[in-house]
Design a protein around this ligand. Sequence first.
Ligand code: ADP
Ligand code: AMP
Length: 219
Amino acid sequence: MFVVLMGPPGAGKGTQAEKLCKEFGLIHVATGDIFRNAVKEGTEMGKKAKAYMDKGELVPDEIVLGIVKERLSKADCANGVVLDGFPRTIQQAEALDQVLEDLKMKINMVIILDINEDEVIDRLTGRRVCSNCGATYHIKYNPPKVRNICDYCSGELQQRSDDTIETVKDRIKIYNNLIPPLIDYYEQKGLFQKANGSNLIDCVFAEIDSFLQKKVYIE
Ligand code: ADP
Ligand code: AMP
């Protein structure tokens, strides 16, 4: 199964992707996570990407397309993938089609997490991420058992450097400009589904799960 999760920053893509991976044994491929790891490791690619990420801008395609192709070509992705944060533009969607054709893979469903701007700002400013394992929390909606400590690995929770109110607003603006043609693109291919991203985490997952169960049943 190959699922693409779309939605504005903070819609809950990473949160739902983790649940999908547990439920269906899929691999979570998130371009944002790949960049953040590269920044942490101090690679050349990480240094280039950081300049864009800090401003809330998109990293140029010449960097993004290569890392997606490289990641999707790895053997573990043959078990199925949840793609999160990619594609963000029509050019990226077309490039993804080409990569998948080369790898003899295909997208089964594109799910957008629909949510309004105020909720997204509230979610992003309260988001905390484990500095060790990357698990995501929210100070109000999904807090760790012990304040600032990861439930899974006891790592320290941190705020993402691009989760400041100014950068968040810029990232939402970019998303709003780019998303309409992408929705058309996947609607025309009959792959598009919309889930209510404002619901509680488990309710969002139940809706996504129902889409996928129906799809598996039909196919
Ligand atoms: P994205 O990957 O789309 O940027 P995340 O999955 O990181 O979004 O979620 C953003 C923040 O919102 C996190 O702090 C997460 O814990 C919280 N969150 C995710 N889904 C929900 C939800 N359905 N209700 C409330 N908070 C949520
Ligand atoms: P995310 O983790 O999806 O919120 O992404 C964090 C940042 O990584 C974005 O603001 C961009 O700077 C960069 N990024 C992630 N995915 C992409 C992509 N598909 N295209 C361009 N830039 C990306």
